[in-house]
Design a protein around this ligand. Structure first.
Ligand code: NAD
Ligand code: UDP
Length: 334
């Protein structure tokens, strides 16, 4: 297949590019480099031995997207491009709706104009809001609690409406749980600008000595050790989930919401412990107050993905920590 990855130079996009290319798909990247760098192209070539064309542009530029779809003969799009920081979305909601919602409208218009109607969308477990039961299956009520989550929810509704209006659309909304880890080469991974807001990159920087300590946001949750529980999923498992979704969409029309998670919860303290083991470094921490908006526990029921995509996450938390640590050391050398 000829696949366009919007946001393809970013964290999840770059790992997916590796997996798809190794499966024989032709991959074209489309990115405005607002949260990534084109240096990743050289790294991707080093890992795969292949060259990835990059169209540098914004997804809100419908004409540029149309041209990219036409000139590369694209038949499928994976839409990673978007802004993703929950806290920032509360401060800059208009930017989030413009980038995420308007960006997706522009993409759908370009795809419709070019008669490209197979789409995989990067959604998030955040669309479930406060869990009413666990594990979260796809029938759990949706109701996001912040502008980022609401942008994902609005997009899912648009995608579902588009698929209802025209049976040619084949759309999968993949609801990611907590992607972490890095490619086994240690050459690509998550390298956030400024202080990380997510747990795993923060722990990695503390282990590396770049930050003095981790603040654990609450140890009085109704969880086994009192700290927050999440479903961390290795980014390479997630990337393979996209390849499985492409295969599924070959024989399924309509709109499908599918969880990509492991089904297993891991607490903050368990993650700290696993990272200490993987890095052989200390991870000093102190317990702080709860972070506003956090839920106690969130993990997936991954049954639908197993049934529809014939896909299961297989990498362990130890592997997630080991690959993150390997990548962290590469970043330090740079
Ligand atoms: P990322 O920031 O590393 O990658 C996103 C890429 O999109 C970046 O390269 C950025 O430059 C690009 N981009 C942003 N706005 C753009 C625009 N308007 N036009 C063109 N390019 C644009 O993030 P990621 O972690 O790889 O996330 C990819 C997708 O997955 C996002 O949509 C995110 O919301 C979703 N997601 C991520 C997580 C996570 O924890 N990483 C969890 C759930 C869902
Ligand atoms: N967390 C923490 N300290 C940090 C960052 C996160 O204790 O510096 C906790 C957070 O409260 C949550 C878990 O780690 O319980 C995962 O947080 P993250 O932001 O990575 O993911 P999300 O909350 O969006 O699922």
């Amino acid at each position: 297949m000829k696949v366009l990855l919007t946001g393809g130079t970013g964290y999840i996009g770059s790992h997916t590019a590796v997996v798809l290319s190794q499966l024989g798909h032709e991959v074209v990247l489309y990115d405005n480099l607002s949260n990534s760098r084109d240096a990743v192209l050289k790294t991707l070539a080093k890992i795969t031995g292949r060259h990835f064309p990059l169209v540098r542009g914004d997804v809100r530029d419908t004409e540029l997207l149309r041209n990219a779809l036409a000139s590369y003969g694209i038949d499928t799009v994976i839409h990673f491009a978007g802004l993703k920081a929950v806290g920032e979305s509360v401060v800059k909601p208009i930017d989030y709706y413009a980038n995420n919602v308007q960006g997706t409208i522009s993409l759908l218009q370009a795809m419709q104009a070019q008669q490209v109607k197979t789409l995989v969308f990067s959604s998030s477990a955040t669309v479930y809001g406060q869990p009413q039961y666990l594990p979260l299956d796809e029938n759990h009520p949706t109701g996001a609690t912040n502008p980022y989550g609401r942008s994902k929810l609005h997009i899912e509704e648009m995608l579902s409406d588009a698929a209802s209006s025209d049976a040619d659309w084949r759309i999968a909304s993949l609801r990611y749980f907590n992607p972490v880890g890095a490619h086994e080469s240690g050459l690509i991974g998550e390298n956030p600008n400024g202080a990380p807001s997510n747990l795993m990159p923060y722990i990695a920087q503390v282990a590396a000595g770049q930050r003095s300590e981790l603040r654990i946001f609450g140890n009085d949750y109704p969880t086994p050790d009192g700290t927050g529980v999440r479903d961390y999923i290795h980014v390479m498992d997630l990337a393979e989930g996209h390849a499985a979704a492409l295969k599924f969409l070959n024989q399924a029309s309509g709109w499908h919401a599918i969880n990509l998670g492991t089904g297993k919860g891991c607490s903050v303290l368990e993650m700290v412990c696993a990272f200490k083991k993987a890095s052989n470094r200390q991870v000093p921490y102190r317990v702080d107050t709860r972070r506003i908006g956090d839920v106690a526990a969130c993990y997936a029921n991954p049954t639908k993905a197993a049934e529809l995509l014939n896909w299961k996450a297989k990498r362990t938390v130890d592997e997630m920590c080991a690959s993150t640590w390997q990548f962290q050391q590469t970043v330090e050398i740079e």
